[in-house]
Design a protein around this ligand. Structure first.
Ligand SMILES: Cc1cc2nc3c(=O)[nH]c(=O)nc-3n(C[C@H](O)[C@H](O)[C@H](O)COP(=O)(O)O)c2cc1C
Length: 483
């Protein structure tokens, strides 16, 4: 019985909650007019109430549900989505749940009581309300289980890549689905609660699909001795920028907490970089209705991802901007061209494949689609987008004719990444050790000071080989040009 599994989370709301007084959604809207004017999200105070609100006026074309119970101090929320906003959504996802307890209750109800799935006409009486609630929960359970985003179904086969370190704002992530594509929130290098806030902020800006990206923690590839030697080599830089070097500390980027955020907030897709979650971790997310996407750079990594049950792959070629997604932290990144990697993966893997790396034009996008990809993922092409949070020094460098090429470097983070070639790389690449995230923490204060001083030569300027073709404009305009 649903009621025995779901518990009210807020005593006051539970007291005010009147299941015997079903209301239409319009009435609910009217009751929340003030809230809605300030904030388009409806606050629901218990899973039970959420079911009730929706159960009284179920219309999948008008509603999207969201919520969370992840211990980050954020209340559960129910979003209302008007028909016009949803009409612009490429893949309407009418029902989205973020209460773990609610989801568990609904799923178990769905599994055990599927035979009772036929909804009865609502007669406004208490007993009928219970039946209706029960039937709705079964419908919701069904959609939770079956409505997983297929990357082959995007209206526009373009994905705005996750870009940690600033560019991936909620505005950028949301602008993509609003233009028929898919956008990503990058979790890398963010605390888990800030990551959660960004998903919620993006969700407020779109009713379309959202993806999130997590860095998978790799074993430390450095040693105290190698960090010490690099710190000594960077002493002159510290003096130049007038800062102390950072502490080369290892951490796992809040991995477990971020997985919980993903599970609770249920974006449509989650992609992984530098490896994969465990088999159990993958299936937990997939069972929650989230499409799991593995970023791979070789056939071997793709096979590992398939064995873990990844729902889709991003094939990252060597021209890609930012970090190479290579699973092995000390391996030389693969250098086979994207087209070769794509052909090899298409021949071996059933999962949908997204192509990434060095793509900048509609011909590029059409080319990879013609070669078997379901979509193209572009990062550098969006670094100059109005909605991107790209650092101004980085933006200026992308347009500066003095920067003529990109190189793959370990100098800034201890892990291979492609960026605009600058003085720091020229002077320190040869002595840079492995060690992600430790080296990033060591160079962090230098990079911050370089940025603050408007100096593009002491900071990472991640960009792919096609950086010259990046254009300023709105995300919608850039996407329109790409298709
Ligand atoms: C500034 C920047 C930051 C990036 N950050 C991430 C990230 O956080 N996670 C990730 O999986 N990929 C990241 N990437 C790589 C992109 O996901 C994608 O593979 C790449 O941008 C594709 O190549 P392109 O830049 O030539 O379009 C980043 C790329 C750039 C340019």
């Amino acid at each position: 019985m649903v009621g025995s599994v779901i518990h009210a989370r807020d005593r006051r709301a539970a007291k005010n909650f009147r299941p015997d007084r079903p209301r239409t959604w319009d009435k609910v809207m009217a009751d929340h007019t003030e809230d809605a004017a300030a904030d388009p999200w409806f606050r629901t105070t218990s899973p039970e109430q959420a079911i009730h609100l929706c159960g009284t006026a179920f219309d999948p074309h008008r509603l999207t549900l969201l919520g969370q119970s992840n211990g980050f101090g954020l209340t559960q929320r129910v979003a209302s989505v008007g028909p016009s906003r949803l009409a612009t959504s490429p893949t309407p996802q009418p029902w989205r749940w973020a209460s773990r307890r609610l989801a568990a209750a609904i799923t178990s109800t769905f599994r055990s009581k599927a035979a009772l799935a036929t909804p009865r006409p609502h007669a406004g009486k208490r007993i009928h309300w219970r039946r209706r609630l029960f039937a709705k929960s079964i419908q919701i359970g069904k959609s939770m289980v079956l409505n997983r985003l297929n990357l082959a179904d995007l209206d526009v086969p373009v994905i705005v890549a996750p870009m940690a370190g600033g560019p991936s704002t909620p505005e950028l992530a949301a602008a993509a689905p609003n233009a028929g594509a898919l956008g990503f929130i990058a979790a890398g290098l963010l605390p888990a609660d800030a990551f959660a806030e960004r998903i919620i902020a993006a969700r407020k800006l779109t009713s379309g699909p959202l993806g999130v990206n997590l860095f998978v923690p790799q074993p430390s590839a450095g040693t105290p001795a190698t960090f010490k030697a690099y710190a000594a080599a960077l002493a002159g830089e510290a003096e130049h920028y007038g800062v102390r070097l950072g502490e080369p500390r290892y951490d796992d980027d809040d991995w477990a907490a971020k997985l919980d955020v993903v599970h609770d907030l249920r974006p449509e897709a989650v992609s992984f970089t530098f490896g994969l979650p465990t088999m159990g971790g993958c299936s937990r997310l997939q069972n929650a209705g989230i499409t799991t996407v593995a970023t791979v750079t070789t056939v071997l990594e793709a096979e590992m991802a398939s064995a873990r049950g990844a729902g889709a792959l991003v094939a990252q070629g060597p021209s890609a901007g930012g970090h190479r997604a290579t699973f092995d932290p000390v391996a030389q990144p693969a250098c086979q061209p994207l087209a070769v990697l794509l052909a090899a993966l298409s021949a071996r893997v059933d999962a949908p494949i997204v192509a990434a790396g060095g793509l900048a034009t509609s011909d590029d996008v059409n080319g990879v689609i013609g070669a078997g990809a379901v979509a193209a993922q572009l990062g550098t092409a969006f670094l100059l987008a109005h909605e991107a949070g790209t650092n101004p020094v980085h933006r200026a460098a992308l347009k500066d004719p003095n920067f003529t090429e990109t190189v793959v470097t370990r100098a800034f983070t201890g892990s291979y990444a492609r960026g605009l070639r600058n003085r720091f790389i020229d002077e320190h690449e040869a002595e840079a050790p492995f060690g992600f995230p430790e080296i990033g923490k060591l160079t962090g204060p230098l990079q911050a000071a370089s940025s603050k001083g408007n100096d593009p030569h002491g900071m990472a300027l991640w960009a792919g080989t096609a950086f010259r073709q990046a254009k300023a404009g709105s995300t919608a305009e850039i996407i329109a040009e790409l298709t």
